[in-house]
Write a protein that binds this ligand. Structure first.
Ligand SMILES: *Cc1c(COP(=O)(O)O)cnc(C)c1O
Length: 390
C-alpha cells in the first residue's frame, strides 16, 4: 500500500498521474470519450458514469477521509438523496431532532409520501436512542455538533448499539460541521456512511455547490455508485477541479477559523445577558464528549439575546459579518437561522424542538479576529446590549 501522511500533508500533496507531470490536475471538460474500437470501451465513456477529473478528486478525498470509496456529487442534499434511495418503501429510519433544515425537509417529504417511516428523536439522549433503536431500524441519521443549537451526540455508543441490535442498520453521519480535519466518524467512530456538504468547509470559498460521500463497505459503495450513475448527480468536471483547488487549504483555513471562533466565544461570554452555545467553552454540557470524538470545536457558534428584535438589530448593524446563509467560507457570516437556513422547519416544530427564534448564528472566517470582535461589539451596542470595554 502507498505510504500515507497526516491529513495536513495529504491535503497539499494531491497525488495523481498525468502524462506531462502537470503540477495541477488536468480538467477534462468533456461529456464523452472516444473508444479505440467497438470492443474496447476504455476507462471512460460518458461523464455521468465517470470522468478523470472526478476520479482524481475522489481518490484524493479517499486519502483525506480515510475511506475505501468516496463519491463527489452535485450538492450535500444530493448526497443525502443518494443515500435515502438505498432504502425500500416502508423502511423505518431514525433521525435527529436538530438536523440541518434541508435534511429535515427531504426526510419529511418522503415520510409524507408514505415512502419511509421517519421518527425524530433527541439524539443527544443516548438512553432514549437505545430504547428507540429496534431490529426494524434500517437507517439512522446523525449530526454532531448540531447546528445551530450545537448539541453533541455520542456517535460511538449509538452506532455500536445499532449494529448490535441490527448488524444491517446503516448509520449515516453528516460531518459538514467538522470536516475531515477535525473529525473522522467513518474511520474512528464506526459509522457506515459519512457525507458532507462540500459547499461548506471542504471547498471553502462559496463558489460551487457540492457534496461528498464516503464508505468502507464494498456493497454500500456499489449501491451508492449505482444511484449516482443512474440519476446523474455526479459532480461536474469543472466543479471537481474547483473543489480540488479549494481543498488544498482546508487544514489552514480550519485552523485559523477555529482559532478566531474560540476567541469570539471567549469574548461573547463576557457580555452579560447573552446565552452562548459553543463546544469551545468548557461549560458546554457535552464538552468532554465532543473532545473525545473531534480534534477541535470548529468555527460555528450561536448565542441568544432574549428577543428577536434585538437579534435582528445586531445582525443588521454588522459591517464585516455578512448576513448570509450557509457556513464554511473564508469570510465571516452571521444569520438568524429561524428566518433563514431553518425556515423550512415549520414554526410549531421549531418551538417543539426548542429552537429559539432569537438565536444568532456566527460562522467565523479567517479575518483579523480583533476586527471581528470590534464589529460584533459595536453591533451588540446598537442592539442595546452593554458590552464591557475590551
Ligand atoms: C449545507 C448543509 C447540508 C446541505 O448541503 P448543500 O451543499 O447545501 O446541499 C447538509 N448538512 C449540513 C449540516 C449542512 O450545513
Amino acid at each position: 500500500m502507498e505510504e500515507s501522511f497526516d491529513i495536513e500533508t495529504e491535503l497539499v500533496r494531491l497525488g495523481f498521474d498525468d502524462q506531462y507531470n502537470s503540477c495541477n490536475p488536468p480538467l477534462y471538460q468533456t461529456a464523452t470519450f472516444r473508444q479505440d474500437s467497438l470492443s474496447n470501451m476504455g476507462a471512460y465513456d460518458y461523464t455521468r458514469s465517470g470522468n478523470p477529473t472526478r476520479t482524481t478528486l475522489q481518490n484524493y478525498l479517499g486519502r483525506i477521509m480515510g475511506a475505501k470509496a468516496t463519491f463527489a456529487v452535485s450538492s450535500g442534499m444530493s448526497a443525502l438523496d443518494v443515500i435515502v434511495r438505498l432504502l425500500d418503501p416502508g423502511d423505518e429510519v431514525i433521525a435527529g431532532d436538530d438536523l440541518y433544515g434541508g435534511t429535515h425537509r427531504l426526510l419529511t417529504f418522503l415520510k409524507n409520501k408514505k415512502q419511509l417511516i421517519v421518527n425524530h428523536y433527541d439524539t443527544t439522549d443516548t438512553e432514549l436512542m437505545k430504547q428507540k433503536i429496534t431490529k426494524n431500524t434500517r437507517m439512522i441519521f446523525l449530526e454532531s455538533p448540531t447546528n445551530p443549537l450545537i448539541k453533541v451526540v455520542d456517535v460511538r455508543s449509538i452506532t455500536a448499539y445499532a449494529h448490535e441490535i441490527n448488524p444491517n442498520c446503516i448509520v449515516v453521519f453528516d460531518n459538514t460541521m467538522m470536516s475531515p480535519v477535525l473529525m473522522s466518524p467513518l474511520a474512528d467512530l464506526g459509522v457506515d456512511i459519512q457525507y458532507e456538504s462540500a459547499t461548506k468547509y471542504l471547498n471553502g470559498h462559496h463558489d460551487i455547490m457540492s457534496g461528498v460521500l464516503a464508505t468502507n463497505s464494498e456493497k454500500l459503495a456499489q449501491d451508492l455508485y449505482f444511484v449516482i450513475n443512474s440519476t446523474g448527480c455526479g459532480l461536474a468536471p469543472f466543479d471537481c477541479w474547483l473543489l480540488l483547488r479549494g481543498l488544498k487549504t482546508l487544514a489552514l483555513r480550519i485552523e485559523r477559523q477555529q482559532e478566531n471562533a474560540i476567541k469570539i466565544a471567549q469574548f461573547l461570554i463576557t457580555v452579560p445577558g447573552l446565552k452562548v452555545r459553543s463546544v469551545a467553552l468548557p461549560d458546554h454540557p457535552q464538552y468532554e464528549l465532543h473532545k473525545s470524538m473531534a480534534k477541535g470545536p470548529g468555527a460555528v457558534l450561536s448565542f441568544e439575546t432574549g428577543s428577536v428584535e434585538t437579534s435582528s438589530k445586531i445582525i443588521e448593524a454588522c459591517k464585516i459579518w455578512s448576513i448570509t446563509v450557509s457556513f464554511g467560507c473564508v469570510n465571516s457570516l452571521i444569520s438568524l437561522p429561524c428566518q433563514m437556513s431553518h425556515a423550512s422547519i415549520d414554526p410549531d416544530t421549531r418551538a417543539e424542538r426548542d429552537l429559539p427564534e432569537d438565536l444568532v448564528r456566527l460562522c467565523v472566517g479567517i479575518e483579523n479576529v480583533n476586527d471581528l470582535i470590534k464589529d460584533l461589539a459595536a453591533a451588540l451596542r446598537v442592539g442595546g446590549i452593554s458590552v464591557p470595554a475590551q
